[in-house]
Design a protein around this ligand. Structure first.
Ligand SMILES: *[C@@H]1O[C@H](CO)[C@@H](O)[C@H](O)[C@H]1NC(C)=O
Ligand SMILES: *[C@@H]1O[C@H](CO)[C@@H](O)[C@H](O)[C@H]1NC(C)=O
Ligand SMILES: *[C@@H]1O[C@H](CO)[C@@H](O)[C@H](O)[C@H]1NC(C)=O
Length: 192
Protein backbone atom coordinates (compact mmCIF):
# COMPACT_ATOMS: atom_id res chain seq x y z
CA UNK A 1 0.00 0.00 0.00
CA UNK A 2 2.82 2.35 1.01
CA UNK A 3 4.67 1.37 -2.19
CA UNK A 4 1.69 2.22 -4.36
CA UNK A 5 1.31 5.57 -2.63
CA UNK A 6 4.99 6.36 -3.22
CA UNK A 7 4.73 5.48 -6.91
CA UNK A 8 1.63 7.61 -7.25
CA UNK A 9 3.36 10.54 -5.51
CA UNK A 10 6.44 10.18 -7.75
CA UNK A 11 4.25 10.04 -10.86
CA UNK A 12 2.43 13.22 -9.81
CA UNK A 13 5.77 14.93 -9.07
CA UNK A 14 7.19 13.93 -12.47
CA UNK A 15 4.06 15.02 -14.30
CA UNK A 16 3.87 18.36 -12.50
CA UNK A 17 7.56 19.10 -13.17
CA UNK A 18 6.93 18.40 -16.86
CA UNK A 19 3.89 20.69 -16.88
CA UNK A 20 5.53 23.39 -14.76
CA UNK A 21 9.26 23.57 -15.58
CA UNK A 22 11.55 24.75 -12.77
CA UNK A 23 11.93 28.23 -14.23
CA UNK A 24 8.17 28.83 -13.81
CA UNK A 25 9.04 29.28 -10.11
CA UNK A 26 11.07 32.36 -11.01
CA UNK A 27 9.52 35.31 -9.22
CA UNK A 28 9.97 37.76 -12.10
CA UNK A 29 11.13 37.62 -15.69
CA UNK A 30 11.60 40.16 -18.46
CA UNK A 31 9.09 39.69 -21.26
CA UNK A 32 9.27 41.20 -24.71
CA UNK A 33 6.36 43.41 -25.65
CA UNK A 34 6.45 41.68 -29.02
CA UNK A 35 5.80 38.28 -27.37
CA UNK A 36 2.82 39.84 -25.57
CA UNK A 37 1.54 41.14 -28.90
CA UNK A 38 1.54 44.81 -27.92
CA UNK A 39 4.75 46.10 -29.53
CA UNK A 40 3.12 46.62 -32.91
CA UNK A 41 -0.11 48.05 -31.51
CA UNK A 42 -0.53 51.75 -31.14
CA UNK A 43 -2.22 53.01 -28.02
CA UNK A 44 -5.82 54.06 -28.65
CA UNK A 45 -7.72 56.86 -26.97
CA UNK A 46 -11.33 55.92 -26.23
CA UNK A 47 -14.12 58.13 -24.97
CA UNK A 48 -16.98 56.50 -23.06
CA UNK A 49 -20.15 58.32 -22.19
CA UNK A 50 -22.79 56.92 -19.85
CA UNK A 51 -25.07 57.65 -16.91
CA UNK A 52 -24.51 56.24 -13.42
CA UNK A 53 -27.62 55.52 -11.34
CA UNK A 54 -27.01 55.66 -7.59
CA UNK A 55 -30.22 54.34 -6.06
CA UNK A 56 -30.19 54.58 -2.26
CA UNK A 57 -33.95 54.56 -1.60
CA UNK A 58 -36.85 52.17 -2.19
CA UNK A 59 -37.03 48.42 -2.05
CA UNK A 60 -34.15 47.70 -4.43
CA UNK A 61 -31.33 50.10 -3.61
CA UNK A 62 -28.11 49.68 -5.63
CA UNK A 63 -26.07 51.57 -3.03
CA UNK A 64 -26.21 50.50 0.61
CA UNK A 65 -24.53 52.03 3.61
CA UNK A 66 -22.35 49.38 5.23
CA UNK A 67 -20.47 51.35 7.89
CA UNK A 68 -20.43 54.64 9.70
CA UNK A 69 -18.38 56.23 12.43
CA UNK A 70 -19.92 56.45 15.90
CA UNK A 71 -19.73 60.23 15.55
CA UNK A 72 -21.03 60.29 11.94
CA UNK A 73 -24.32 61.95 12.83
CA UNK A 74 -22.55 64.85 14.47
CA UNK A 75 -20.49 65.52 11.33
CA UNK A 76 -22.04 67.70 8.60
CA UNK A 77 -20.23 65.70 5.92
CA UNK A 78 -21.09 62.24 7.25
CA UNK A 79 -17.38 61.72 7.66
CA UNK A 80 -16.56 58.01 7.97
CA UNK A 81 -19.58 56.45 6.34
CA UNK A 82 -18.96 53.79 3.68
CA UNK A 83 -21.41 52.47 1.06
CA UNK A 84 -21.12 49.45 -1.23
CA UNK A 85 -22.51 49.97 -4.72
CA UNK A 86 -23.58 47.93 -7.73
CA UNK A 87 -24.95 50.85 -9.72
CA UNK A 88 -26.31 50.39 -13.26
CA UNK A 89 -24.66 52.36 -16.08
CA UNK A 90 -26.90 53.30 -19.00
CA UNK A 91 -26.34 54.89 -22.39
CA UNK A 92 -28.93 57.62 -21.77
CA UNK A 93 -30.11 59.45 -18.66
CA UNK A 94 -33.46 57.64 -18.43
CA UNK A 95 -33.04 54.32 -16.68
CA UNK A 96 -36.24 52.78 -18.08
CA UNK A 97 -35.67 53.64 -21.73
CA UNK A 98 -31.87 53.33 -22.00
CA UNK A 99 -29.60 50.41 -22.71
CA UNK A 100 -27.59 49.09 -19.75
CA UNK A 101 -23.93 49.31 -20.78
CA UNK A 102 -22.37 48.19 -17.52
CA UNK A 103 -22.31 48.44 -13.75
CA UNK A 104 -20.24 50.46 -11.30
CA UNK A 105 -19.21 48.09 -8.52
CA UNK A 106 -17.23 49.10 -5.48
CA UNK A 107 -17.23 51.46 -2.56
CA UNK A 108 -17.53 55.10 -1.73
CA UNK A 109 -17.03 56.72 1.59
CA UNK A 110 -16.97 60.17 3.12
CA UNK A 111 -13.31 61.10 3.41
CA UNK A 112 -13.53 64.85 3.96
CA UNK A 113 -14.24 66.57 7.28
CA UNK A 114 -15.08 70.00 5.88
CA UNK A 115 -17.07 69.44 2.65
CA UNK A 116 -18.84 66.45 1.12
CA UNK A 117 -15.90 64.70 -0.55
CA UNK A 118 -16.11 61.01 -1.30
CA UNK A 119 -13.32 58.52 -1.83
CA UNK A 120 -14.46 56.43 -4.83
CA UNK A 121 -12.99 52.94 -5.30
CA UNK A 122 -14.88 51.19 -8.08
CA UNK A 123 -14.76 49.09 -11.20
CA UNK A 124 -16.82 49.90 -14.26
CA UNK A 125 -17.77 46.44 -15.56
CA UNK A 126 -19.02 46.84 -19.13
CA UNK A 127 -21.59 44.52 -20.73
CA UNK A 128 -22.22 46.17 -24.09
CA UNK A 129 -20.54 46.42 -27.46
CA UNK A 130 -16.82 45.90 -27.98
CA UNK A 131 -16.08 46.51 -24.29
CA UNK A 132 -18.40 43.73 -23.09
CA UNK A 133 -16.50 41.80 -20.40
CA UNK A 134 -13.84 44.50 -19.95
CA UNK A 135 -13.42 46.62 -16.83
CA UNK A 136 -11.94 49.96 -15.84
CA UNK A 137 -10.77 50.72 -12.30
CA UNK A 138 -11.35 54.17 -10.83
CA UNK A 139 -9.77 55.51 -7.66
CA UNK A 140 -10.36 59.14 -6.87
CA UNK A 141 -11.95 61.99 -4.99
CA UNK A 142 -15.53 62.99 -5.72
CA UNK A 143 -16.73 66.30 -4.27
CA UNK A 144 -20.33 65.52 -5.21
CA UNK A 145 -21.69 69.07 -4.90
CA UNK A 146 -19.13 70.47 -7.37
CA UNK A 147 -20.38 70.87 -10.94
CA UNK A 148 -17.50 68.87 -12.40
CA UNK A 149 -15.45 66.21 -10.65
CA UNK A 150 -12.47 64.36 -12.05
CA UNK A 151 -11.22 60.95 -10.97
CA UNK A 152 -8.23 58.97 -12.23
CA UNK A 153 -8.69 55.73 -14.15
CA UNK A 154 -5.87 53.65 -12.73
CA UNK A 155 -6.11 50.51 -14.85
CA UNK A 156 -8.34 47.99 -16.51
CA UNK A 157 -8.84 44.48 -17.82
CA UNK A 158 -9.74 42.84 -21.10
CA UNK A 159 -9.77 45.46 -23.85
CA UNK A 160 -8.54 47.90 -21.20
CA UNK A 161 -5.33 46.13 -20.16
CA UNK A 162 -2.65 48.75 -19.40
CA UNK A 163 -5.35 51.43 -19.36
CA UNK A 164 -4.87 54.85 -17.86
CA UNK A 165 -6.98 57.97 -18.06
CA UNK A 166 -9.57 60.00 -16.25
CA UNK A 167 -13.30 60.11 -15.62
CA UNK A 168 -15.32 63.32 -15.44
CA UNK A 169 -18.56 63.26 -13.47
CA UNK A 170 -21.42 65.76 -13.60
CA UNK A 171 -24.60 65.36 -11.57
CA UNK A 172 -27.51 65.06 -13.98
CA UNK A 173 -30.24 64.65 -11.36
CA UNK A 174 -30.27 64.61 -7.57
CA UNK A 175 -33.30 63.98 -5.40
CA UNK A 176 -32.67 65.82 -2.12
CA UNK A 177 -35.51 63.89 -0.44
CA UNK A 178 -34.40 60.35 -1.26
CA UNK A 179 -30.71 60.87 -2.01
CA UNK A 180 -31.03 59.07 -5.38
CA UNK A 181 -28.73 60.47 -8.06
CA UNK A 182 -28.06 60.16 -11.77
CA UNK A 183 -24.53 61.17 -12.71
CA UNK A 184 -23.23 61.73 -16.22
CA UNK A 185 -19.79 60.25 -16.83
CA UNK A 186 -17.30 61.06 -19.60
CA UNK A 187 -14.33 58.72 -19.46
CA UNK A 188 -11.16 59.27 -21.51
CA UNK A 189 -8.83 56.31 -21.54
CA UNK A 190 -5.61 55.28 -23.29
CA UNK A 191 -5.30 51.54 -23.92
CA UNK A 192 -3.99 49.09 -26.53
C1 LIG B 1 15.75 42.09 -16.77
O1 LIG B 1 16.27 43.30 -17.27
C2 LIG B 1 17.07 44.03 -16.35
C3 LIG B 1 17.42 45.38 -16.98
O2 LIG B 1 17.81 45.22 -18.31
C4 LIG B 1 18.29 43.19 -15.97
O3 LIG B 1 19.07 43.90 -15.05
C5 LIG B 1 17.82 41.88 -15.37
O4 LIG B 1 18.96 41.05 -15.09
C6 LIG B 1 16.88 41.14 -16.31
N1 LIG B 1 16.32 40.01 -15.61
C7 LIG B 1 16.20 38.79 -16.13
C8 LIG B 1 15.57 37.75 -15.28
O5 LIG B 1 16.55 38.54 -17.29
C1 LIG C 1 -27.30 58.01 12.57
O1 LIG C 1 -28.57 58.42 12.08
C2 LIG C 1 -29.28 57.40 11.39
C3 LIG C 1 -30.52 58.02 10.78
O2 LIG C 1 -31.16 58.88 11.68
C4 LIG C 1 -29.56 56.25 12.36
O3 LIG C 1 -30.26 55.22 11.67
C5 LIG C 1 -28.23 55.72 12.88
O4 LIG C 1 -28.48 54.69 13.82
C6 LIG C 1 -27.42 56.83 13.51
N1 LIG C 1 -26.11 56.31 13.83
C7 LIG C 1 -25.48 56.55 14.99
C8 LIG C 1 -24.13 55.93 15.12
O5 LIG C 1 -25.98 57.22 15.86
C1 LIG D 1 -21.56 39.99 -23.42
O1 LIG D 1 -20.79 38.85 -23.12
C2 LIG D 1 -21.52 37.81 -22.49
C3 LIG D 1 -20.54 36.72 -22.08
O2 LIG D 1 -19.66 36.41 -23.11
C4 LIG D 1 -22.60 37.32 -23.44
O3 LIG D 1 -23.36 36.30 -22.84
C5 LIG D 1 -23.50 38.48 -23.82
O4 LIG D 1 -24.46 38.09 -24.76
C6 LIG D 1 -22.68 39.64 -24.36
N1 LIG D 1 -23.56 40.80 -24.52
C7 LIG D 1 -23.50 41.61 -25.58
C8 LIG D 1 -24.45 42.74 -25.59
O5 LIG D 1 -22.70 41.44 -26.49
Amino acid sequence: MAGATTILALTILTLSSLLHPTNSHQFSTNLSKRAMGISTKREKLSHLHFYFHDIVSGRNPTAVRIAEAAATNSSATGFGFVAMIDDPLTSGPNYMSSEIVGRAQGLYGSADLSEVGLLMVMNFAFVAGKFNGSTLSVLGRNAVFSALREMPVVGGSGAFRFARGYAQARTHFYDFKTGDAVVQYNVFVLHY
